[in-house]
Design a protein around this ligand. Structure first.
Ligand code: ATP
Length: 275
């Protein structure tokens, strides 16, 4: 089943086309990443998916309903871009009030909130004001707030931007855990390693969808060149196709290394060609 279905969506700001004829899906239990340069339209698209904006044309279904359906809000966990917990509230109060806003009963919040504090390693910070937390801890509080209604679907707009490498990895581990529990996720990111680590499928977006697929499929489809580092003379060769590669290697004496393009290099190549 598709938990998100976007069909031929167009979104304009005046004359500027931010989303051009976008069709995409997130299947149950999947993590899908939207990757694109600044201004590619990622935030615009996710805002329409969680009902903060409406498309000019096209249709969006979330868990089978329109994103603006009041019931949907209660079933979603959303972390918008550059969002922070309320600085003047404690960690616990942030989680508690978000639960109340989503219509979760006090009893359930108490139990689930305690569980989330433990799980996200926030128990010792429960009475700390959110403004006194580090960036990584603030992000964990946002995750707890997004999970307080036990959502089937999480929408995360750049969940690790601004975090240090260790905090990023901690967030990844939490998200992988969420997936193991069967939750579906749509995330936007600038980080290729994040998409590769987390996503079952990726959409490259640059106003429109440029490429879609599993990370390994995308690599296989677009990785039509090799880099050969010849350690004997320090030269680096770039060759296209296996035949050319074989020919080059036959002529090398001594140690060499063959490297295929990374997802990042493929992304840059594909996005550049799309402009
Ligand atoms: N409220 C708005 N009014 C007018 N133009 C907007 C508005 N919001 C976004 N835009 C424009 O729409 C385009 C897409 O912006 P959007 O924020 O969706 O891109 P993005 O891929 O999320 O970018 P980033 O990676 O920098 O967050 C950009 O050209 C942006 O300037």
């Amino acid at each position: 089943m598709n938990v998100i279905e976007v069909k031929n969506v167009w979104k304009m700001y005046g004359k500027l086309v931010a989303n051009e004829d976008i069709s995409m899906t997130v299947n149950e239990g999947e993590i899908v990443a939207l990757l694109g340069p600044n201004g590619a339209g990622k935030t615009t698209l996710v805002k329409q998916i969680y009902g903060e904006l409406s498309p000019n044309k096209g249709e969006i279904k979330v868990l089978g309903k329109k994103p603006t359906d009041r019931q949907i809000k209660k079933l979603l966990g959303v972390i918008p871009q550059e969002c922070e917990p309320y600085g003047d509230l404690t960690v616990w109060d942030n989680i508690y009030y978000m639960g109340r806003l989503k219509g979760v009963s006090k009893e359930v919040i108490k139990n689930r909130g305690e569980e989330l504090l433990k799980r996200l390693d926030l128990s010792s910070k429960r009475n700390t004001l959110a403004r006194d937390l580090s960036g990584g801890l603030k992000r964990r509080v946002l995750i707890a707030m997004a999970l307080i209604n036990d959502p089937k679907l999480l929408i995360l707009d750049e969940p690790t931007t601004g975090l240090d490498p260790e905090a990023r990895r901690e967030v990844w581990e939490i998200l992988i855990d969420m997936k193991r529990e069967g939750r579906s996720m749509l995330l936007t990111t600038h980080y290729l390693d994040e998409a590769e680590r987390l996503a079952d499928r990726i959409y490259f977006l640059s106003r429109r969808i440029i490429v879609e697929g599993k990370p390994a499929e995308i690599k296989e489809k677009f990785a039509d060149w090799y880099e050969v580092i010849d350690y004997a003379n320090g030269k680096v060769y770039k060759v296209k196709g296996e035949e050319e590669l074989k020919r080059l290697i036959m002529n090398l004496n001594g140690k060499f290394e063959v490297r295929m393009p990374s997802l990042e290099e493929i992304y840059l190549q594909v996005i550049r060609n799309a402009d």
